[in-house]
Design a protein around this ligand. Structure first.
Ligand code: NAD
Length: 356
């Protein structure tokens, strides 16, 4: 038997991670460890209460709460937040929330290089990536910069107990999508594949329990661990057709982020079925399913998540436009991308049929 290891490059910037129920209690010492004395605490308006709790825990090291984060980081929001950071003489950002809040911290860090301490409360995984996004006049642009990667991440599953079951389910599917695409990314590597497969395993095991029993702290912990792995997978490999379609559909039809990921993932996976057989085996194994795409679809059904673009409010006559937009600047993908195949894929996702 000939055994051969493929050549690869692994260049993984790391963050300090504090994981576990109650770990929020360490936020003050972690800010101190960053050498910061004036932390600006970020959140969405809905999570202002959690941000104020963090500010109280920081005591004299809090410079104030800025609860203005919104989805997709509009440039106006980023500009206002940077001005506030300057006005407060902030020397660190503490982001308490999901991808929208962490994204606002990244927009500040991009220009100021302020260190970020992230306290994620969803499973989106942005806290583990050097990827930032900014939206100008309705168009979202993303980029990568090491200085936006949070220096410290506190994963406290107690903060996720308030995440409603529906959002928990789709947010977890978003994390699974990061793992799936890392497994067939052209620039992946064996270490990231291990992380991605373990991420799918942890999320698939925990999320049905989280949706049934949102107060189950053990399941919440495991889901948050899976989210950490999903973010790591995303941050260390390139995205393929699945993420491209989600960005296109989200932007063109103003569809909700995590829900679009949930609907598209089984179909993007089926699309790549024959072009990435090794990844498919690993995904199916991690799900405990016969087939990767079917297993993902069945998981979405089990957690009562949306399975069709129709349910999300996308007009059926938008299918061709979406296919055209997604073929304009395609991301590198195991199977080549062409207009007719994408019309078929998006059509299946619009109807919500089980991929076979
Ligand atoms: P979100 O941050 O927009 O949060 C959704 C809503 O849930 C908000 O109202 C928020 O306040 C609320 N919420 C969050 N946690 C809660 C909790 N524990 N309890 C109660 N309410 C809670 O949603 P998201 O899915 O985490 O983030 C989506 C955004 O993140 C998108 O813009 C996406 O593009 C971006 N994203 C970026 C990356 C990256 O690497 N840059 C990765 C994933 C997602």
């Amino acid at each position: 038997m000939t055994l051969r290891m493929a050549s690869f490059v692994a260049d993984q910037p790391a963050s300090r991670v504090i994981f576990g129920a109650g770990s929020l209690g360490r936020v003050a010492e972690e800010v101190e460890r960053l050498g910061a004395t004036r932390a600006m605490v970020l959140s969405t308006p809905e999570q202002r209460g959690q941000a104020e709790d963090v500010a109280r825990r920081l005591g004299g090291r809090s410079a104030g709460v800025y609860a203005e984060a919104v989805m997709h980081v509009p440039v106006e929001t980023a500009r206002a937040a940077r001005e506030e950071a300057r006005r407060l003489h902030a020397d660190c950002c503490v982001a308490v929330g999901g991808g929208s809040t962490v994204g606002l911290g990244k927009a500040i860090a991009l220009e100021s290089a302020l260190p970020i301490l992230a306290i994620p409360t969803t499973y989106a995984g942005s806290e583990m990536t050097p990827i930032y996004g900014l939206t100008e006049a309705g168009v979202k642009k993303t980029g990568r910069a090491r200085k936006v990667l949070p220096r410290t991440v506190i994963y406290d599953p107690e903060l996720t107990l308030s995440l409603p079951p529906g959002i928990s389910g789709t947010s977890a599917m978003n994390a699974i999508a990061h793992c799936v695409e890392a497994l067939y990314a052209y620039d992946g590597n064996p270490i990231i594949s291990l992380i991605a497969a373990e991420g799918i395993r942890a999320l698939a095991r925990s999320i049905p329990v989280v949706v049934r029993e949102p107060g189950n702290l053990g399941a919440r912990s495991e889901a948050l661990y899976g989210a950490w792995l999903g973010g790591t997978a995303l941050g260390n490999s390139s995205m393929g057709l699945h993420h491209k379609l989600c960005h296109t559909l989200g932007g063109a039809f103003n569809l909700p982020h995590a829900e679009v990921h949930t609907v598209i993932l089984p179909h993007a996976t089926a699309y790549n079925r024959d072009a990435a057989p090794e990844a498919m085996r690993e995904i199916a194994d991690a799900l405990g399913a016969r087939d990767a795409a079917e297993g993902i679809y069945d998981l979405a059904v089990e957690i009562q998540a949306p399975v069709s673009l129709r349910e999300l409010g996308m007009p059926e006559e938008g299918i061709e436009r979406a296919a055209r937009l997604a073929t304009e600047f395609p991301y590198r993908n195991p199977r080549g991308v062409d207009y007719d195949s994408l019309v078929a894929l998006i059509g299946q996702a619009w109807h919500g049929v089980r991929p076979s």
